[in-house]
Design a protein around this ligand. Structure first.
Ligand SMILES: Nc1ncnc2c1ncn2[C@@H]1O[C@H](COP(=O)(O)OP(=O)(O)OP(=O)(O)O)[C@@H](O)[C@H]1O
Ligand SMILES: O=P(O)(O)OC[C@H]1O[C@](O)(CO)[C@@H](O)[C@@H]1O
Ligand SMILES: [Mg+2]
Length: 483
C-alpha cells in the first residue's frame, strides 16, 4: 500500500504511484495516474462557477496512456519539493517524540488519504475530484534547526489573521522545535521595503485577542523577483502567506519563481477573505465572526428604524456576509446582492415592496451587499473603472460596514485558524509547496493554489441557499419585471 511521490521535473503536479490501494476504495486505482492542467475559463459574471481544470489520465505500467480502468478518480495534487529537488534528504518527524501526540493512535496522516470534493454522489457516478488530506507526515524534508520561516499578511483585514500568525509561530516552535521565524511587515512589498520582526511564542502570545494584523498589510506593489531575491538573501526556507485571492495569486508566482531557481523553499498559502468567496474551501476564517458582528450592525439599524415613524435602514455588508447575516437575523426585510439584479419602480419593484412593509410594520431594514445596485448609483463617488493598488475594481458607493472586519476572531474561528496554521506547517515540513490549505467537506486538505484563485465564489441564484433566504425574508425575487 503505497502512494508515494515520484519526481517529475517538468510538471509541478506530482504523479501518484499506486501499486495497491486501500480496500475501502471499491476499485483499485490505475497503476499510475498522471495529472495535467486543462484550464477552462468561465465568465466572471457566470453564476455557476463549477469547473474541473485537471483531468486524470490513466497510464499503464509502461507509463503510456490507457483508456481502461478509469473509474473517474481524479487527484488534484499539490507540488512537492522533490519534483525539482529529487535528492532532498528526509528526517523523522519530531512529532514522533512529541508529548502532545504521545498516545495518539495515528499521529501521521496516511499518504493514501485523500478527500472527495463532491460528497453528494449517485450510484455509478464517477468518483470525481479529490485533494490530498492535510496533516503531519512521517518524514519531513527540513531539519528543524535549519528552518528559517517567514510570515506575511496581504490584502484587506479579516478577523483571525493574528490567530493564524500566532498559531504558525507556536506550532512551528512547539511541534517542530523551530526557533527562527520572521514576520515580514507591510505585505508583499515589505520583503524588500520594510523591516522584519523576529517572532517567538512569547511575542505572539496574546495577539489573537486583537483585531487586524500585527504584521500590517498592504495592497499592490509586489515584485516577485525582488521578493524571491529577498527570500534567498535572508536564507528563508519556509514562506507562509496569509491573504485573499490576489495574495494567493502572488503566492503562486512566488512558488513558480522558487521552483525556477530550484530553491529548497516551501511556499504555503493560508486563504483569507472576509467575504467567504474563495472557491473550493468550505468557509474562510473570520467569516463566522464577521457574520456575528454583522448581526450587531443589523440589530442597531433595526433599533433605529423601530424608533421612528416609517424608518428605513440600510446596512451595507460584504459578499456572502450579507446573505448569511440576513438568514441569521430575522430583522432584515430585504437582502440585495449583485448576483440578483433588482429594479426600483413598478409592480414587483423595490419601492413597492418597501411601501408595503412600511404599511404593515412601520419600518424596513435592507441589507445591501457590496456591488449590488451599481446601475442606480451616481458615478460621482468613483470613476467607473477606478482600480485600487492591487488592480481590483473599485465599486461605486462601497462603504461596507468595516466594523465587522476589525474585530478579533470568535471562539470557533480561533479553533479554525489553529487548524489552518497547523495544517500549513505540517504541509511545508513534509515538503509540499505551492499549496493552499482549507477545509473541504469539513476535513482539511492541501489544494493547488491555482484551484482557489481561478474563480471566486458567487451566490448561485439557482442553488437552494438563495431560495432559503427568499423564503425567510419573503422579499420580491425581482425576476418578473413588467416593462
Ligand atoms: N495576479 C497577481 N499576481 C501577483 N500578485 C498579485 C496578483 N493580484 C494581487 N497580487 C498582490 O497580492 C497582494 C494582495 O492582493 P489584493 O489587494 O487584491 O488583496 P487580496 O489578497 O485579494 O485580499 P482581499 O481581497 O481579501 O482583501 C497585493 O500585494 C497584490 O499586489
Ligand atoms: O478598503 P480596503 O482595505 O481596500 O478593503 C476593501 C475591500 O476589502 C474587502 O474587505 C476584501 O475582502 C472587500 O470586501 C472590500 O472591497
Ligand atoms: Mg481580493
Amino acid at each position: 500500500m503505497d502512494l508515494s511521490l515520484a519526481s517529475s521535473s517538468n510538471s509541478h503536479f506530482s504523479r501518484i504511484q499506486t501499486s495497491t490501494f486501500s480496500p475501502r476504495f471499491h476499485k483499485p486505482l490505475p497503476f499510475f495516474t498522471n495529472f495535467t492542467y486543462k484550464p477552462k475559463t468561465y465568465s466572471r459574471k457566470s453564476l455557476i462557477t463549477g469547473y474541473y481544470p485537471i483531468r486524470a489520465q490513466s497510464l499503464n505500467q509502461n507509463n503510456t496512456p490507457s483508456d481502461d480502468d478509469d473509474d473517474g478518480f481524479v487527484l488534484e495534487d499539490v507540488p512537492h519539493l522533490t519534483n525539482y529537488l529529487p535528492d532532498l534528504p528526509t528526517y523523522p518527524n519530531p512529532l514522533e517524540s512529541s508529548q502532545a501526540y504521545a498516545i495518539v493512535k495515528n499521529t501521521f496522516v496516511s499518504p493514501e488519504d485523500v478527500l472527495a470534493y463532491q460528497i453528494v454522489v449517485q450510484k455509478g457516478s464517477p468518483r470525481g475530484v479529490h485533494f490530498r488530506r492535510a496533516g503531519p507526515r512521517e518524514k519531513v524534508y527540513f531539519k528543524p534547526e535549519e528552518v528559517r520561516a517567514c510570515i506575511v499578511t496581504c490584502g484587506g483585514l479579516c478577523p483571525g489573521i493574528n490567530t493564524v500568525i500566532r498559531e504558525i509561530v507556536c506550532g512551528l516552535n512547539i511541534m517542530y522545535g523551530v526557533n527562527n521565524i520572521l514576520g515580514i511587515e507591510g505585505g508583499y512589498r515589505g520583503f524588500y521595503s520594510r523591516n522584519t520582526m523576529e517572532l517567538s511564542p512569547k511575542i505572539v502570545n496574546d495577539i489573537h485577542k486583537r483585531g487586524g494584523t500585527i504584521l500590517q498589510t498592504s495592497r499592490g506593489g509586489q515584485d516577485t523577483n525582488k521578493i524571491v531575491d529577498n527570500i534567498q538573501d535572508r536564507g528563508i526556507n519556509q514562506v507562509y502567506i496569509i491573504g485573499g485571492d490576489g495574495t494567493q495569486k502572488g503566492a503562486a508566482a512566488i512558488y513558480k519563481e522558487v521552483e525556477k531557481r530550484r530553491l529548497h523553499v516551501a511556499v504555503a498559502g493560508i486563504p483569507k477573505t472576509i467575504d467567504n468567496d474563495i472557491a473550493v474551501i468550505d468557509k474562510s476564517f473570520g467569516f463566522d465572526t464577521a457574520v456575528e458582528e454583522a448581526q450587531r450592525a443589523i440589530n442597531a439599524a433595526h433599533v433605529e428604524v423601530e424608533s421612528v415613524e416609517n424608518g428605513v435602514g440600510i446596512v451595507k455588508l460584504m459578499g456572502f456576509i450579507a446573505m448569511f447575516a440576513t438568514l441569521a437575523s430575522r430583522d432584515v426585510d430585504c437582502c440585495l446582492i449583485p448576483e440578483s439584479p433588482f429594479y426600483l419602480e413598478g409592480q414587483g419593484g423595490l419601492f413597492e415592496f418597501v411601501q408595503q412593509r412600511l404599511k404593515e410594520n412601520g419600518h424596513v431594514v435592507i441589507v445591501l451587499a457590496e456591488g449590488a445596485g451599481q446601475d442606480y448609483l451616481s458615478g460621482s463617488v468613483n470613476a467607473p473603472e477606478e482600480k485600487d493598488a492591487s488592480g481590483n475594481r473599485l465599486l461605486l458607493d462601497i462603504d461596507p460596514t468595516y466594523m465587522i472586519r476589525a474585530v478579533p476572531s470568535n471562539a470557533s474561528d480561533n479553533i479554525y485558524c489553529t487548524l489552518l496554521a497547523q495544517s500549513a506547517i505540517h504541509g511545508a515540513m513534509a515538503g509540499y509547496t505551492g499549496f493552499t490549505v482549507g477545509p473541504v467537506n469539513s476535513r482539511h486538505a492541501y489544494i493547488p493554489i491555482g484551484r482557489v484563485t481561478e474563480a471566486t465564489n458567487v451566490v448561485k441564484l439557482t442553488d437552494r441557499m438563495w431560495a432559503r433566504l427568499l423564503a425567510s425574508t419573503n422579499q420580491p425575487t425581482f425576476l418578473n419585471k413588467h416593462e
